[in-house]
Ligand binder design. Structure first.
Ligand code: FAD
Ligand code: SIN
Length: 527
């Protein structure tokens, strides 16, 4: 079955929905989402969205904080562009119905997070993402030009390759005509053709055993673009959030927002020692890479399984008011945050790299855009500043929408696209073959490609991943399509890119810390 649209959007988080709402007045839009519209990383965002709203903050301060966190690898023009366009995009969110907390005088109640020199994080309590998702999902559901395909899995983008033409890597004439999407309820694959498409499939946290990301985050968009020979970059920069709730067996790990440290909570080891000051003069509010590495080091040296976040000295009423979700969640596992310290550990959280795009969100494949966590825009460099991802998602979705509206009429639908070929792939595979390989990949990444890396660990990871890659490609050729199999294939592709790019970087930079290339001036030897 073939369906025809002007705009195709793969992903229903902030990047996908905001793009869809902006192009929808110009033509028919299809949004596909592999689970429910609301099951996105966006919905889980807690701390908030960074933007300069009033003095004493300034664009220059936000730019400088972003550049400092990025450890010399940010694209300064892109940083300026995002910071300057951020306030306008906040207005858009408010027009769509998203609400942010305000002071009594009507000004935004701004929070502060690690690496920020000012209070500049707009938030809705401690559940900002679900508030944004709520507002945008509501708008998308009632828009007459938007068709929503929930529980449709994008398997591969369609390019000349599917017309039997050879596509070389970095071939600048490659074009995207749409996507093969697997209907998870009917178990059939349909062809969605579009004039232009946007990939907004989010992150890759599920590559690791411990992650704050929901199960949807398996790097599908990056894997699809890599297979289509588009350009992917900066994959070695995987961000670990320093403070996920230590609650073994729970997946995803529940996040304890950095805004809590901005509010005065302090990191301590199990002996009650505030250890952050010996790693960085900014203490508990140092940028994330430094805090996550420091915790990792404390745990390795002490043999402990977690450190504590202590907020028991803060005013109980204010704590409950600002962090109601965290208060409730911790209470549900027997921790009263006003009296008890919270056990925390780092968890895989965000991917800084991804599908390379230009300053209009265009990928290196024609007719294809990317925005949000799946894209690499140049904003984050080697380490993302807290709360800079939601703002990046909406700024780049806006730019991609503007460009798409300008050009989409130049492209006709490609009419000779074959249906998905499932000849010879009619054997359902035993699930255990898939789930076991998925677990093995997670163990490889957790043990060898985590917060602290080494040449030997990266080499081991690659050798083991290659075996699982061969097994999985074999399986993919002969099995019926299924979501777990497609996700396993994608996570392996994405994992391969992370290891290869980590091996190519012969220095420690930002989130990529390799003990064989120690950082100049590192205060402590990290294990
Ligand atoms: P997502 O919101 O993840 O949406 C991805 C979409 O793609 C989903 O709809 C999914 O179903 C769909 N999809 C994926 N693969 C396929 C496929 N093969 N076929 C069909 N559909 C597919 N950032 C901040 O700036 N501030 C914060 O306070 C903050 N807090 C966070 C807290 C947590 C716990 C987490 C996990 C992240 C947080 N982040 C925060 C990061 C931020 O939430 C994400 O980077 C951002 O929301 C990503 O948005 P997105 O639109 O790119 O993707
Ligand atoms: C948090 O609330 O600590 C997460 C913020 C982010 O990931 O940007």
């Amino acid at each position: 079955m073939k369906k025809y649209y002007d705009f195709l959007v793969i992903g229903s988080g902030l990047a996908g929905l905001s793009y869809a709402l902006k192009v929808a007045p110009h033509g028919k839009v299809a949004i596909i989402s592999k689970t429910k519209l609301e099951e996105t990383n966006t919905s889980y965002a807690q701390g908030g969205i960074a933007a300069v709203t009033h003095k004493p903050d300034s664009y220059n301060k936000h730019i400088q904080d972003t550049l400092t966190a990025g450890d010399g690898l940010c694209d300064e023009d892109i940083v300026r562009l995002v910071v300057e366009e951020a306030p306008g995009q906040i207005d858009e969110l408010i027009r769509w119905g998203a609400q942010f907390d305000r002071e009594n005088d009507g000004r935004f109640d701004l929070a502060r997070e690690g690496g920020h020199s000012e209070h500049r994080i707009l938030h809705h309590k401690d559940n900002t993402g679900s508030e944004i998702q709520r507002a945008l999902s509501r708008q998308a559901r009632v828009h007459k030009n938007i068709d929503i395909f929930q529980e449709f899995f994008a398997v591969d983008i369609i390019t000349q390759h599917h017309l039997g033409k050879l596509v070389k890597r970095a071939h600048t004439d490659t074009e995207c005509y749409g996507v093969y999407a697997f209907d998870l309820k009917k178990h059939e694959t349909i062809t969605i053709l579009s004039r232009v498409s946007l990939i907004a499939t989010g992150g890759t946290g599920n590559l690791y055993s411990t992650t704050t990301n929901p199960p949807i985050a398996t790097g599908d968009g990056i894997a699809m673009v890599y297979r289509a020979k588009g350009t992917v970059e900066n994959m070695e920069f995987v961000q670990f959030h320093p403070t996920a709730l230590y609650h073994p067996g729970e997946r995803p790990s529940f996040l304890i927002t950095e805004a809590m440290r901005g509010f005065g909570a302090i990191l301590e080891n199990q002996r009650g020692v505030q250890f952050m000051d010996k790693y960085d003069q900014r203490g508990s509010l140092a940028p994330r890479d430094i805090v996550a590495r420091a915790i990792d080091n404390e745990l390795k040296v002490s043999g402990d399984e977690f450190v504590y976040l202590n907020c028991t000295h803060l005013e109980a009423k204010a704590l409950k008011e600002h962090f109601p979700t965290i208060y409730k969640k911790c209470q549900s596992v027997g921790i009263d945050i006003t009296r008890n310290k919270i056990p925390v550990v780092p968890a895989a959280h965000y991917l800084c790299g991804g599908i390379k795009v230009n300053n209009w969100g265009k990928t290196w494949i024609n007719r294809l855009y990317a925005a949000g966590e799946t894209a690499s825009t140049g904003l984050h460099g080697a380490n993302r500043l807290a709360s800079n991802s939601l703002i990046e998602a909406i700024v780049f979705a806006d730019r991609a929408a503007k460009d798409s509206i300008q050009v989409y009429k130049n492209f006709d639908h490609q009419d000779n696209i074959p249906d998905w070929n499932d000849e010879g792939t009619r054997h359902p595979e035993e699930m255990v073959l898939i789930t076991q390989n998925f677990k093995e990949v997670q163990q490889i990444f957790t043990n060898y490609v985590g917060i602290v890396r080494s040449n030997l660990r990266l080499h081991r990871a690659l050798v083991r991943l290659e075996i699982i890659y061969m097994e999985t490609e074999e399986l993919f050729k002969k099995s019926t399509l299924s979501k777990p199999l497609c996700e396993l294939r994608n996570i392996i592709n994405v994992g391969y890119l992370i290891i290869k790019m980590a091996q190519q970087r012969t220095e420690s930079k930002g989130l990529h810390y390799n003990v064989d290339f120690p950082k100049a001036g590192e205060p402590l030897r990290l294990v």
